[in-house]
Design a protein around this ligand. Structure first.
Ligand code: ASN
Length: 315
């Protein structure tokens, strides 16, 4: 059984912690302002549901188990991501929206060493009806530019206190397939490729969860999905995709992944009635964003209440 391996950090540099929270507040306001300008609605998150993102199968995943509770005789899972709910919301007529969505991912203790894993974090999860990958690229590049511009103007003293100079980025961000990244940097490409750049880039075409759409216009295994990778070694910022929404394709992908379709019955029932629609979206990790903006070593360092795999929780 996995056990705790690390003592929690009790002493913290409070001045730095406050500066980080100021930068986070400026970033969050920039995010809300940006989505409002773009005509998005803000939906509320959910934390318990009979269905959640399986986060795999993915050989890179180290989630030990999905959190689960029983409530009035029903088994409910803690949200790992709201992807399935975003698709359902699109089916319910919500065309463009975002959610400040807390996720619980019970990662293995060894993930403490990556600097980018927290077992409880929030992502800015958004979805757009009828959108394509390139629509999302444009939107996210605009979003990140708005955030960084605001932080550079409104958090001058805090950036100085943290000794952080956010580099100037070049737009639009480069797109590279995971096949190319693997050829250049090996299967563990993320941190080396991230260290090798001064501007974020899009890593596209990953073989992963069933809800990320396959590119049916091409022979072989190609996928209409993407990760955004920060420069300077900070790694993944966002992941997202165009979505599978047709019943037969969803069933095929779920079966290929050796998942139990019964676990997704309520979601699949909507697909069967053709009540899911084409959409695309993604999720931007808030703590990872703040880690990047503040140049911090670990996502846990920017959390007032650290949620780092392997560390004992005090409060
Ligand atoms: N939020 C991601 C997406 O929209 C899913 C995830 O976090 N696993 O694709």
């Amino acid at each position: 059984m996995e056990t705790l391996t690390a003592k929690p950090a009790i002493t913290r540099d409070t001045k730095k912690l406050v500066a980080m929270q100021k930068i986070q507040s400026v970033a969050l306001k920039a995010i809300h302002d940006f989505f409002e300008r773009e005509g998005f609605l803000q939906l509320m998150p959910i934390m318990l549901s009979p269905i959640t993102d399986p986060l795999g199968p993915d050989p890179g995943s180290s989630v030990l188990k999905t959190g689960e509770i029983e409530y009035l005789g029903q088994k409910l899972q803690l949200t790992q991501s709201m992807i399935l709910h975003k698709q359902i919301a699109i089916g319910l007529g919500l065309e463009k929206f975002y959610i400040m969505s807390p996720n619980i991912r019970l990662e293995a203790a060894e993930r403490r060493a990556t600097g980018k894993h927290a077992f409880e974090f929030t992502q800015v999860d958004f979805e757009i009806k009828g959108a394509t990958m390139s629509d999302v690229f444009k939107l996210v590049e605009g979003l990140l530019k708005a955030i960084v511009d605001d932080v550079k103007i409104r958090a001058v003293e805090e950036l100085e206190l943290l000794n952080r100079e956010i580099p100037k980025w070049r737009f639009p961000f480069r797109q590279v397939t995971t096949h190319e990244l693997e050829d250049q940097y090996g299967s563990d490409w993320e941190s080396s490729a991230s260290l090798d750049t001064d501007t974020p880039f899009w890593a596209i075409c990953h073989d992963r969860e069933f809800y990320d759409k396959k590119d049916y216009s091409r022979e072989g295994e190609h996928f209409l999905n993407y990760d955004l990778i920060y420069p300077e070694g900070f790694g993944e910022a966002l992941s997202g995709a165009e979505r599978e929404h047709e019943y037969d394709r969803l069933m095929q992908r779920i079966t290929e992944d050796k998942l139990d379709p019964k676990k997704y019955a309520s979601y699949l029932a909507l697909a069967k009635e053709d009540r899911l629609s084409p959409s695309a979206g993604g999720g931007l990790g808030v703590e990872r964003l703040v880690r990047y903006l503040t140049g911090s070593k670990h996502v846990g360092d920017v959390q007032v209440f650290r949620r780092v795999p392997g560390e004992t929780l005090l409060y």
